[in-house]
Design a protein around this ligand. Structure first.
Ligand SMILES: [Ca+2]
Ligand SMILES: [Ca+2]
Ligand SMILES: [Ca+2]
Length: 416
């Protein structure tokens, strides 16, 4: 049910080129521009939807494509089907060479059935170009042996210039079209852009993407000591981010708030510091970063939920105990250390030190970065630790605001 006639059209066409596209001259003024000269700028870029392993746009088969002038032969035909002296139907053919030698594509764009010529604008409700009913613009992108019997879609012509000095041979000087095609009215699309000798960019319909990397989820900003919230993010856009704005959301004194912090930050900026009032307290706090592109499309990212707290309270550590009083490394070099720790806002980490005496003047780091919920650690005493009969272990607990508390156990631990 899919037509594969394009290759026949192409072979027919190439044999006619560079003469005028004669079958059309009976009914319309037409021109084929023949092999495009060196220095031509042309590019066809397409992506084809695919969902899962099997559901995909038929024409593009779920693949992405990009062809430029260097990748093969290109041909253009221009038609004036409604015979008012201005082109209303254009076809671009691509015949691949080199690594693309088995590729061929055709792109038809027509405005003849809506009584218009090829003018810059947005064209909705497109139908298969050669058979478009009155009132519908025409589109048809096919290739590599695949074509649609019926199709829906839309396209935007963003550049369209012709040399009309010879009415029998309208010549396309520059053209740009971006299209979305639904083959056989499938929900899966083939999307693409064709640009011919144009510096005009296609309309930007893609939102920027934003990811906020700071503050982190669970982070506590201590408003007794910290004076700012450091916000950091990454933002990307197909045509570049133009500006950023930041919003601070949270709950202060049981009242939710959403405050615009800054807007109009340049697109290149990806960090900002927000001042923290002394002793401020905010729960469920988040920062939303919105990025805008030049077409006004907006994308947002939200930070992890953090807390602002006036935390002057350090964690408390107690009951540092051991599974044994004597470690004989020749027999069993391990010892279990356990402790208690607590904090008004929660302990977020533990660090353990060993010292051969209670002075801790030359401590050995046992471990760091233990989770706040971990309160036991099995230590394998390394050979570098000196022998002692007065060994001691210090446990340091850290809260989210950077406060630390510690306790020491032992003083009589024997290591041999
Ligand atoms: Ca016309
Ligand atoms: Ca964009
Ligand atoms: Ca605390």
């Amino acid at each position: 049910m899919k037509r594969i006639g394009l290759i026949l059209i192409l072979f027919g066409l190439t044999s006619l080129l560079p003469t005028v596209f004669s079958p059309a001259t009976k009914t319309a003024q037409a021109a084929a521009q023949g092999t495009l000269p060196p220095g031509t700028q042309i590019e066809l870029v397409m992506t084809s939807d695919q969902v899962g392993d099997r559901d995909r746009d038929y024409i593009g088969a779920g693949q992405s494509y990009k062809y430029t002038f260097a990748d093969g032969k290109w041909f253009i035909t221009v038609l004036d089907l409604n015979r008012d002296g201005k082109p209303d139907f254009i076809t671009f053919y691509y015949l691949g060479e080199g690594q693309f030698k088995s590729d061929f594509w055709g792109v038809d764009v027509g405005t003849n059935k809506i009584g218009k010529n090829l003018e810059v604008g947005v064209y909705e409700n497109a139908r298969r170009a050669a058979f478009a009913p009155d009132g519908n613009p025409g589109l048809d992108v096919g290739g590599n042996g695949r074509g649609c019997n019926m199709l829906g879609g839309r396209f935007t012509i963003f550049d369209s210039k012709f040399d009309l000095r010879d009415p029998q041979k309208p010549v396309c000087l520059s053209f740009g079209v971006s299209f979305t095609q639904f083959c056989e009215f499938s929900p899966l699309a083939l999307r693409g852009t064709l640009r011919y000798n144009t510096s005009v960019l296609p309309p930007d319909e893609e939102n920027p993407k934003v990811s906020v990397t700071s503050p982190r989820a669970g982070q506590v900003i201590n408003s007794k000591t910290d004076t700012k919230i450091d916000v950091a993010w990454t933002s990307l856009d197909n045509q570049g981010v133009a500006s950023h704005s930041l919003t601070y959301n949270g709950i202060r004194k049981d009242t939710p708030f959403s405050t615009s912090v800054v807007s109009g930050l340049p697109g290149t900026v990806q960090s900002f510091s927000i001042s923290v009032p002394k002793d401020d307290a905010v729960t469920n706090a988040t920062i939303t970063v919105a990025a805008k592109d030049n077409a006004g499309n907006t994308g947002t990212g939200v930070s992890g939920s953090f807390t602002v707290a006036a935390d002057g309270e350090s964690p408390k550590v107690s009951n540092v105990i051991f599974s044994k009083k004597k470690v004989d490394r020749k027999k069993d070099p391990t010892i279990e250390i356990a402790w208690r720790s607590e904090d008004n806002l929660g302990v977020i980490g533990h660090t353990l030190f060993f010292s051969p005496t209670l002075t801790f003047s030359t401590p050995t780091l046992i471990t760091t970065g233990l989770p706040g919920t971990t309160r036991v650690f099995k230590w394998t005493v390394p050979n570098e630790v000196p022998k002692t009969k007065t060994g001691a272990i210090k446990v340091v607990a850290l809260d989210g605001a950077g406060n630390t508390g510690e306790a020491v156990g032992g003083g009589n631990l024997t290591i041999k």
